[in-house]
Design a protein around this ligand. Sequence first.
Ligand code: Q46
Ligand code: ZN
Ligand code: ZN
Length: 316
Amino acid sequence: MKCRVCKGAAVIDVRRHNANFCAEHFIAHCHEQVRRTIDHFSMMQPDDRVLVAVSGGKDSLALWDILLSLGYRADGLYLGLGIGDYSTESTHYSRDFADRVKGRLVEIDLLADEGFDIPTGARLARRAPCSACGLSKRHLFNRAALEGGYDVVCTGHNLDDEAAVLLGNVLRWNVEYLGRQHPVLDARPGFVRKVKPLVRLAEREMAAYCVLRGIDYQVEECPMAAGNRHIGYKEALDGIEAGSPGTKAAFFHEFLDKASHLFTPESDVVREGLLACASCGSPTTGEVCAFCRLVERATASSSNMSVPVQLGETRS
Ligand code: Q46
Ligand code: ZN
Ligand code: ZN
């Protein structure tokens, strides 16, 4: 196996590009893929202040590393979800990487700052953990970026993530989500621009990138992911990709080129007529935004429930 660029010994094959790379040229390939993605989708300008949502996993740490290598002024943002050992470890990997690159890591802790953690808060609010988690991330990333004066929030969603989400949205013809599934969500009043610069790189490539760059990352998946539908979608797409390399990239990128615009009006209808949340001021379709409703239920329920216990009452 020889490197496509230098003909030296290759360490990785990328079948959908019909190419093998040595370590040096694979790293350069990843940088180039991200540079091209940023250019193609006009994701950001060289002097933008960039906030990278960091989880301690391979994708987000690789993304932060690549953006710094490309010369962007990129800080990290870590959200502590309070998911037991998983969160303890992810904090450790995120801080370690920030120290290594001498980067600034903005930290938010759900329990300390908002009064709930994902496992307990989701149960009390009667939401699936990933639904409460996703809502919290969207709201708090946006708020942190606005408060910190950042121009753009970057997330580490890779090609496998986006193809799996697309498959799920297509299987249910979820037109609202299809309209919003784009690597760039432009800034609007109350919302900072959000971009996904890794959409041309696969999960396996991000793991290889971290290994080759000596980046320590959290290998363990979030325990709350068990039973998540996306795992099944990813496995189904992996099966197709194995027999027909390039299908996953075609599925997602051809959707962006040829079909995504057909769904945009649907999501615009939803976006129109937003009001300011009575509690936090964020744009929302109702009186109080979904995140504030979550906080209210995840925290108020816990204090309501604690009163009888403190009074020594028993519950049947
Ligand atoms: S962190 Fe959060 Fe994921 Fe864990 S609770 Fe679900 S959404 S699985 S990316
Ligand atoms: Zn080479
Ligand atoms: Zn609110």
